[in-house]
Design a protein around this ligand. Structure first.
Ligand SMILES: *[C@@H]1O[C@H](CO)[C@@H](O)[C@H](O)[C@H]1NC(C)=O
Length: 424
C-alpha cells in the first residue's frame, strides 16, 4: 500500500492513505459495442466499468466501458477485431482518474469532519464510519431503529443492518421491504443510497406512513472486506475476499451476486475462480451472502418487495435471469418497476440515461445465482436488481454526484413503497 501525502495548500492538507492506484498506471479505458453473448464473456475476464443495455443504444448492441492494461491491450484489441467488436479509446490513464477522484473524495471528507458531521451526501465513508453511523442512529432513535449485528465477514468484520419500524417488527400484518447494497465492493455509491433511505425514514421522516405501515430491513454494506480492500488496494475490486476455494490464494473472492441458491453453478462463465463472476465453491459459501439470506428469510412471509442496489447502467431488472422467461407475475413486476423508474427519471440529470426496466437476461445477459432470482423463487413477489446511474465512468461515481443519486433513487423507493401499500 502506498502512502501519499498530498498537500494542496497550507490550509488544506489531506493525508491520503489509501490507493493502490499505481497498479493502473497507463491502463486505458475503451468504449466497446458488442452482442449479449460476448459481453458475458468479457465481464468474466475484463474489468467493465459500465454497461449500456442494447435497448438504449442506436447500434442495438450493448455498449460497455472496459479497462485494458498495457500488457494485455494488444491481445484484447485483436480479440475485438476478430469478434467484430467495435471500440474507441476514451481515457489514457485510469490511475489519473482514480487519483483525481480520491482527491475530491478526501476534500469532501475533510470538510464534513471540520463541520463535525458524521454523515453527508457528498462523499464516501469507510466501513467503520458507516457502522458507527448506524449505531449512532439506533442510539438517537431507539423507538424506530434497531441495529442487528448479523454476522462476521470472511475477514472478521461485523456486518450490521438496520430494522426500521414504528412497531418494533411486532405487528405481523405490516409488509416488510428488504434492501441491500454493496454486494459488489466497487459500486461505492450504493451504500450512500441505502444510508439515505434510512435517513429519510428515520431522521428527516418525510412521510410517517412509510414506517407506520411498513417495516424495513436495510443492509447498507454487505461486503465490507471487498469494500475496505477497494479503498486500500484496488478501487475496482468487486468480489468478497474469501480464499476457501481452489486457487483461493492467487484468486481470492467470490462474486456475491452469483452465490445465491438459484441455478447456482450452472454457468460455465462463473465456474472459474479467477473470473470476476466466480460463483464460489458452494451455494451460500460466502458469510456475507448468508447474512443477506438470513435477513430475507427472517420475514419472508410478509415481504412483498426486495431490492438489491447495484451501480451503473440505470436499469431495473427482474427475473428470470438464468433463462430469460418471465415469472407468473411478470406484468406486475414490470408495472411496479416502471413506476419506480419513472419517479427516478423525473428527478434525473438531463445528461443521464433514462431507466430501462426489464427482464435481466433480455436487458443485459444471462446470470445464475443472483439475489434477485433467488428472492423471487422463494416467494417474494417483487424482486429487483437496481442499477444506479454511472455517468462517465460507471461505478467510479465522483462524489459530487452522490447527492443527486441518493435523492433521485429515494423517489423511486417511495414509489415502490407506495405500490406495496396500495396492493397489500
Ligand atoms: C425458467 O426458470 C423458471 C424459474 O426457475 C422456471 O420456472 C421456468 O419453467 C423456466 N422456463 C424455461 C422455459 O425453462
Amino acid at each position: 500500500m502506498t502512502r501519499l501525502l498530498v498537500c494542496v495548500t497550507v490550509l488544506f492538507c489531506a493525508t491520503v492513505v489509501y490507493g493502490g492506484h499505481e497498479k493502473y498506471e497507463g491502463h486505458q479505458l475503451y468504449r466497446i459495442s458488442c452482442t449479449t453473448e460476448e459481453i458475458a464473456y468479457l465481464e468474466a475476464y475484463l474489468d467493465l466499468l459500465s454497461m449500456t443495455p442494447a435497448a438504449r443504444t442506436s447500434s442495438g448492441k450493448i455498449e460497455a466501458l472496459v479497462r485494458l492494461s498495457p500488457k494485455d491491450k494488444g491481445q484484447w484489441l485483436q480479440h475485438f477485431n476478430d469478434k467484430n467488436i467495435s471500440y474507441r479509446k476514451i481515457a489514457d490513464n485510469l490511475a489519473d482518474i482514480l487519483r483525481q477522484d480520491e482527491i475530491q473524495i478526501e476534500a469532501a471528507r475533510s470538510a464534513a469532519r471540520r463541520a463535525g458531521k458524521s454523515m453527508t451526501w457528498d462523499t464516501y465513508y469507510r466501513y467503520k464510519e458507516v457502522n458507527d453511523y448506524l449505531d449512532e442512529l439506533a442510539a438517537t432513535y431507539p423507538e424506530l431503529v434497531t441495529v442487528i449485528n448479523a454476522g462476521l465477514s470472511y475477514e472478521g468484520r461485523q456486518i450490521k443492518y438496520v430494522r426500521i419500524s414504528t412497531t418494533r417488527f411486532e405487528n405481523l400484518r405490516k409488509p416488510v421491504i428488504v434492501i441491500d447494497a454493496m454486494v459488489h465492493s466497487n459500486e461505492w455509491v450504493t451504500t450512500p443510497v441505502a444510508l439515505y433511505i434510512i435517513n429519510q425514514l428515520v431522521v428527516d421522516i418525510v412521510d410517517r406512513r412509510l414506517t407506520e405501515q411498513i417495516d424495513w430491513v436495510i443492509i447498507p454494506l454487505a461486503n465490507p472486506d471487498g469494500y475496505e480492500y477497494s479503498w486500500e488496494e484496488d478501487r475496482l475490486w468487486r468480489k468478497t475476499r474469501s480464499k476457501n476455494h481452489e486457487f483461493g490464494e492467487e484468486c481470492p473472492g467470490v462474486d456475491g451476486n452469483r452465490n445465491f441458491d438459484h441455478y447456482w453453478g450452472t454457468s460455465e462463465l462463473s465456474a472459474d475462480p479467477c473470473s470476476n463472476n466466480y460463483h464460489g465453491p458452494s451455494v451460500f459459501s460466502e458469510p456475507e451472502i448468508r447474512v443477506i439470506r438470513n435477513a430475507v428469510l427472517a420475514h419472508l412471509q410478509r415481504t412483498p418487495l426486495y431490492i438489491s442496489v447495484h451501480s451503473w447502467g440505470n436499469m431495473i431488472l427482474y427475473a428470470w435471469g438464468q433463462n430469460g422467461t418471465l415469472p407468473a407475475n411478470g406484468l406486475v413486476l414490470h408495472l411496479a418497476g416502471v413506476r419506480m423508474a419513472t419517479a427516478i427519471d423525473a428527478l434525473a440529470l438531463d445528461k443521464a440515461d433514462r431507466y430501462v426496466v426489464g427482464n435481466a437476461a433480455h436487458v443485459l445477459y444471462f446470470t445464475t445465482g443472483t439475489s434477485r432470482d433467488w428472492t423471487r423463487a422463494i416467494g417474494i413477489p417483487l424482486t429487483y436488481t437496481l442499477e444506479l446511474p454511472g455517468y462517465e465512468y460507471g461505478f467510479l461515481v465522483p462524489p459530487t454526484y452522490v447527492n443527486q443519486i441518493v435523492k433521485e433513487t429515494w423517489a423511486g423507493i417511495v414509489e415502490g413503497a407506495n405500490y406495496v401499500l396500495s396492493t397489500w
